[in-house]
Every structure is written in structure tokens, then in C-alpha cells.
Design a protein around this ligand. Structure first.
Ligand code: T5A
Length: 210
């Protein structure tokens, strides 16, 4: 595929949506076409699944059943939005993707084997070119999210669960250093945007040079 696929990952309130928007603007200012999207959701069908998932009822499902629903939404999103945009040579920036399933549903009891199978079904061979893991202590992220509005079902989980998800994101980044970059998300929004832009440029230069 000719396009560029970048994903943002991390815990609640780490600043993913804020930074995804800012990165999209930077690419657009460079004259590129950007598709800014999110998960769960991103396509009309997947947004319907999102509405069901991000409720108390969705959160109370066993991790395996949650993983199946997230994968169903992802399959539609990938087929109808992400792959076509990449085939057209666009930049796709996605606010959360399959690493969130590993971190969240893994912490909720879904096994790596089962999540691997679902990932294959949902995305095939598609792998992000770059994943930016915004890392922040959960207390701080939840404070930010709380200052904005009331917490949703997944945000309301115990602190220990949030910590397990953070550890899971860091493990993914350690396992796949060629794809993932961990970024300290505790700084202010503007400084963080500059750090992210330089990391993105650094990775693109490396890819161009190889
Ligand atoms: N999920 C998702 C799964 O369980 N499995 C999966 O496979 C997938 C894909 C999605 C939920 O679904 C779960 C994970 C989630 O619980 P969501 O509403 O999309 O729900 O949740 P989040 O992605 O966590 O969205 P948040 O908005 O909570 O977090 P963000 O996007 O990281 O944070 P953002 O940018 O919205 O910022 C939050 C607040 O902080 C401020 C912003 O202005 C905003 O008010 N802020 C900052 N404040 C200070 N300093 C900075 N640097 C700041 N950056 C932003």
C-alpha cells in the first residue's frame, strides 16, 4: 500500500485525540491528504458497535466477548475506511487500533492466542507504519479526562486495571521497537505536538533511507 498508517495508543486522557488532530493538521499543512479516524468506530457500522460497547453492559461482558465485538467493528473500519484510504496514497491517523484490544481486553482476561486470531481476521496483514504510545500515569490521565467530562464505562475501572493496561502498552512497545515509539505525555499539549512531529519525521527519514 502506498499510504502512511499511523496509530495513537495509550491510556485514558493521555492526549491521543488532541495529538491525533494536531498531527493531522501538520500533515495537511504539508499538502497531504489525511484521513483522521478512531476506534472503536471510524465507519458507520463500527460506530454502531462503539455505541453498544462503551456502556456499562459492554464493559461488563467477559474480555473474550468484548474482544470479538471490537474485532467486528475493526474489520468493517479497516475494509471500508483504512485500506481504501491507504490504497489512494493518503495518510491515515487512527486514534487507537489493535494494541488497545491487547491492552484492554488482555487485562480483562482474553488470551493472547485468541486476540491474535481475531486480529488476523479483522485486519489481515495490515500493520501500522508507526504507533505512537502516549505514556502517562493513569492517575494523571484520569484527572484530565475527569476535568473534561464524566468518565465512561472503561474509564471508571479500578486504578489497578488502568495500571495493567499501561504496562501492557509498554510491553507492546518493547516487543515491537520498529513500529512503536513511547512518548512521555506529561508535558503540555504544544510541546508534545512538537515532540511527536519530530519523532514522525525521524521515522519517515529512516524508512526513506532503508
Ligand atoms: N477500547 C478501545 C478497548 O477496550 N479495546 C479496543 O480495542 C479499543 C479500540 C474508547 C474506549 O474503548 C476502549 C478504550 C477506551 O476506554 P474513547 O472515548 O475513545 O473510548 O477513550 P479514549 O481513547 O481514552 O479517549 P480520551 O478522550 O479519554 O483520551 P485521549 O484521547 O487520550 O485524551 P484527549 O486528547 O481527549 O484529552 C483528554 C483531556 O485532556 C486534555 C484535553 O484538552 C482533554 O480535556 N489534554 C491535556 N491536558 C494537559 N496536558 C496535555 N498535554 C493534554 N492533552 C490533552
Amino acid at each position: 500500500m502506498a499510504g502512511l498508517f499511523i496509530t495513537f495508543e495509550g491510556g485514558e486522557g493521555a492526549g491521543k485525540s488532541t495529538q491525533a488532530k494536531r498531527l493531522a493538521k501538520r500533515f495537511r499543512d504539508e499538502g497531504l491528504t489525511v484521513v483522521l479516524t478512531r476506534e472503536p468506530g471510524g465507519s458507520p457500522q463500527a460506530e454502531r458497535v462503539r455505541a453498544a460497547l462503551l456502556t456499562e453492559a459492554g464493559r461488563d461482558l467477559p474480555g473474550v466477548e468484548q474482544a470479538i465485538l471490537f474485532a467486528a467493528a475493526r474489520a468493517d473500519h479497516v475494509d471500508t475506511v483504512i485500506k481504501p484510504a491507504l490504497a489512494d496514497g493518503h495518510v491515515v491517523i487512527c486514534d487507537r487500533f489493535y494494541d488497545s484490544t491487547e491492552a484492554y481486553q488482555g487485562a480483562a482476561g482474553a488470551s493472547p492466542a485468541m486476540m491474535g486470531l481475531l486480529q488476523t481476521i479483522a485486519v489481515g496483514a495490515l500493520i501500522p507504519d508507526l504507533t505512537l504510545v502516549l505514556d502517562l500515569p493513569p492517575e494523571k490521565g484520569l484527572q484530565r479526562a475527569r476535568a473534561r467530562d464524566t468518565l465512561d464505562a472503561f474509564e471508571n475501572d479500578d486504578l489497578a486495571v488502568h495500571r495493567a493496561r499501561r504496562d501492557a502498552f509498554l510491553r507492546i512497545a518493547e516487543r515491537e521497537p520498529g513500529r512503536c515509539v513511547v512518548i512521555d505525555a506529561s508535558g503540555d499539549e504544544h510541546a508534545l505536538a512538537d515532540t511527536i512531529w519530530s519523532k514522525v519525521m525521524e521515522r519517515l527519514d529512516m524508512a526513506g533511507a532503508s
